[in-house]
Design a protein. Structure first.
Length: 196
C-alpha cells in the first residue's frame, strides 16, 4: 500500500519552509505521496481570520504543481468551519487504502494536548515531526505520555529553514523582497491579487 503523508495548515501563505519540511519527511520516511490540506481556519487561531480560502488554495496549488509526490486536497475548505485533523483523517481513511502519516513541524507540538481527539488521532496515524525550532539533540516534549512517545518515534532531524508566514506577511507589508522565501509563482499571485 502507498505511504501517504497528510500535511495540514492554513498556508497563509505557503512558503519554502513548508515545502522543505514536506520534502525532507517524504524522503526520509519513503512516502509515496503528500497531501497538502489547507484549513478553513485553525481551531487554535479563531481570533485571527486567515486570507480568503480560495486564494490560499490557489497558492498551494501553484507551489506544489512541479512536485510529483505532492497533491492538493481541499476537503477542509469544502467542508467549511473550523478544521479538526481527526475528522479529516477519518474521512480520508474511509475513502482510500494506504499507510497514512501526519506531517507536523515541531513548533506545532506544544499545541497537541489541546487538539480534538488527540489520543484517537495518534492511534489512527503515526506522527512525523520535522525539526524547525527545537535545538539539535533535543525533542519537543510536552509532558503528555502518549504524545511524547509519538513525537519520539516520529521526530526527524533535518536542516532548518527559518521561514514563517508571519515573517513573509510583514516583509510584504514593508515592501521588502521575498523571492528567497516564497515560490515565484506564489509571489506573482500575491502581487496580482494584492494580498497582504
Amino acid at each position: 500500500m502507498k505511504r501517504i503523508g497528510l500535511y495540514g495548515g492554513t498556508f497563509d501563505p505557503i512558503h519554502f519552509g513548508h515545502l522543505h519540511l514536506a520534502l525532507e519527511l517524504a524522503d526520509r520516511h519513503a512516502l509515496d505521496q503528500v497531501l497538502f490540506i489547507p484549513a478553513v481556519i485553525s481551531p487554535h487561531k479563531l481570533d485571527s481570520a486567515p486570507t480568503s480560502a480560495h486564494h490560499r488554495v490557489a497558492m498551494v496549488s501553484l507551489a506544489i504543481k512541479d512536485y510529483e509526490k505532492f497533491k492538493l486536497d481541499d476537503r477542509e475548505i469544502r467542508r467549511g468551519g473550523a478544521s479538526y485533523t481527526i475528522d479529516t483523517v477519518k474521512e480520508i481513511k474511509q475513502e482510500q487504502l494506504g499507510n497514512f502519516f501526519l506531517l507536523l513541524s515541531d513548533e506545532i507540538v506544544p499545541s497537541l494536548p489541546r487538539w480534538k481527539g488527540i489520543e484517537e488521532l495518534i492511534a489512527q496515524v503515526p506522527l512525523l515531526v520535522g525539526r524547525r525550532q527545537t535545538p539539535r539533540g533535543q525533542l519537543p516534549l510536552v509532558g503528555h505520555p502518549l504524545i511524547d512517545e509519538a513525537v519520539k518515534k516520529g521526530f526527524t532531524e533535518m536542516p532548518v529553514l527559518e521561514i514563517s508566514a508571519t515573517l513573509i506577511r510583514e516583509r510584504l507589508a514593508q515592501g521588502l523582497p521575498c523571492d528567497h522565501l516564497v515560490p515565484a509563482a506564489v509571489l506573482r499571485y500575491l502581487f496580482a491579487h494584492h494580498i497582504y
